[in-house]
Design a protein. Structure first.
Length: 492
């Protein structure tokens, strides 16, 4: 099967969160399962041209792409996803992508991804590489399913059998723009009316377009798939999902163990495995030194790595701070995001020197060290489509404390709950109520267990022995693609 991925992120080239990790890994798993895969991403300024050995695609050449009536001469560069033969194509349009950040709040954010979506389609035509599946990810690529069924449907010879898949990595981001975007994107005017396939509350939504036009849609865990069909989690698009419920699936994300394995992690000085955890303690000591924390091998270290935004549960953490700081534990935080949370952690580090250390910013290497060095990982998300750090934590023997929602509910098994039922199969600690008391008591439970090495060791071993490799989820994606192809055939 031939699969073309369109995404605004792909690790290691450009990443702000989980989407980057998924698109850096799933295509490789699909290749190993016998698929032919190509990936398309924008060529942002942050992408290191020389480091990744990008070469110009003469096969594609110069593509004039029209956005809002202006033609942009667009070029494409190509490289490979590391550890694979998967080709990754970089859509180069400096006018839109030569900016300091991957995402912007500039007034032409819609135009950037209109151009990208058209360029993906036209690159495929120029390459004469006819995909069976066009796999779109999040709002930035939501117009693609609409485009191939509408604006580019003149090319049925090429796209007539191409099915599209729309994956929701986070329902909170819907790509909503004013009505003028209809003109900029060259969407038919008669497609914009109340509750139309592209309209949400008076604005144009790229995600809605994707959800309405794709042959199959999915999200990144089964629990989140259930949650977003309700008004509490659906962010206004729950009715769309209910309408398409027969074509809507949940497939949990996997982990790229080439990148995230404490036995081989290239960012660690001290490697370790479930058979021998000595290296973990050395990482803990090293992190304490580098992050200026007061080291005590027996005092637990609690780690947080996250975008510092409300949906990750930081208001809950903020409310719980006075109690959390009373515990005999050290804290290390890596993240960036909303000012109020950045300032909260900066000031905590100031008020509790030696006990709290915060790195405000994005630092891939440090994220690996924190996973390896911490005893506990805290992720009390308000909602969480899948979440990856709790799964990395399991592999690194870093016991996760999570709120039981979305992918966190599907990947972490509560220790107490499991042992209450006579099974020592728990891998972490979880709580349901989005309330400070519930968070604090989970932390208390974890710290209590930490005092008993034989109990802690069991929880760590349970987590480290779990396998979240992409192979299983890759197989589920292949089934999803088959369903998309049969929908495409039946509906055309
Ligand atoms: P989301 O996609 O909602 O941000 P996920 O848990 O799915 O959340 O994925 C987050 C990914 O981004 C993980 O690989 C995590 O390690 C990484 N990450 C988040 N914040 C930072 C940061 N400040 N520095 C380095 N890596 C980060």
């Amino acid at each position: 099967m031939r699969i073309a991925f369109a995404s605004s992120e792909a690790f290691p080239f450009a990443k702000t969160g989980g989407l980057g990790d998924v698109v850096g890994a799933l295509p490789k798993a699909l290749e190993n399962l016998g698929c032919e895969v190509k990936v398309f991403v924008p060529k942002y300024a942050v992408i290191d041209h020389a480091k990744y050995d990008l070469s110009y695609s003469y096969a594609i050449g110069e593509m004039p792409i029209r956005v809002d009536g202006h033609v942009h001469n667009t070029h494409v560069f190509v490289s490979k996803l590391p550890h694979s033969e998967v080709e990754i194509y970089f859509i180069d349009c400096p006018h839109y992508f030569n900016r300091p950040d991957i995402y912007t709040s500039d007034s032409d954010e819609d135009e950037r991804f209109i151009l990208f979506s058209k360029a993906v389609i036209e690159s495929l035509q120029r390459l004469q590489w006819k995909p069976d599946i066009l796999h779109c990810n999040d709002w930035q690529t939501g117009l693609i399913p609409l485009y191939i069924k509408d604006n580019y449907n003149w090319d049925t010879r090429f796209f007539g059998e191409t099915a599209s898949v729309m994956t929701i990595h986070n329902m909170a981001y819907q790509g909503r723009f004013p009505k003028a975007t209809i003109r900029k994107a060259e969407i038919r005017k008669d497609l914009f009316y109340q509750n139309s396939p592209v309209e949400v509350w008076g604005s144009v939504s790229f995600l809605k377009a994707g959800l309405m036009y794709a042959d199959v849609i999915n999200t990144v865990s089964k629990t989140y798939a259930r949650e977003i069909t309700t008004s509490d989690y659906g962010a206004g698009l729950e009715d769309v999902l209910r309408l398409r419920i027969n074509d809507f699936y949940g497939i949990v994300n996997g982990v790229d163990y080439d990148v995230w394995d404490p036995k081989t992690d290239k960012h660690l000085l001290h490697h370790y495995s479930s058979e021998d955890l000595a290296g973990k303690l050395k990482n803990k000591q090293f992190l304490h030194e580098t992050m200026h924390l007061k080291y005590d091998a027996h005092r637990p270290l609690i780690g947080i790595i996250s975008r510092l935004v409300y949906l990750k549960g930081f208001d809950l953490i903020a409310e719980s701070i006075p109690e959390l700081m009373k515990f005999d534990a050290n804290w290390v935080i890596l993240g960036s995001g909303e000012d109020k949370y950045e300032n909260l952690f900066r000031s905590l580090a100031y008020v509790f020197p030696g006990k709290v250390s915060a790195y405000i910013g994005f630092n891939n290497e440090l994220s690996h060290l924190i996973e390896a060095a911490s005893d506990i990982f805290l992720m009390p998300s308000h909602f969480e489509p899948c979440g990856l750090n709790q799964i990395y934590s399991l592999k690194y023997g870093t016991v996760p404390i999570v709120r039981k929602t979305g992918g966190l509910a599907d990947t972490v098994k509560d220790w107490d709950e499991a042992s209450y039922h006579g099974k020592d199969t728990g891998t972490g600690f979880s709580f349901v109520d989005y309330k400070p008391d519930a968070l604090i008591s989970s932390v208390k439970r974890a710290l209590e267990c930490y005092k008993y090495p034989h109990v802690w060791d069991k929880i760590q071993q349970n987590g480290m022995n779990k396998n979240f490799s992409w192979e299983e989820s890759g197989k589920q994606y292949i089934e999803l693609y088959k369903k998309a192809r049969s929908n495409r055939k039946n509906n055309s």
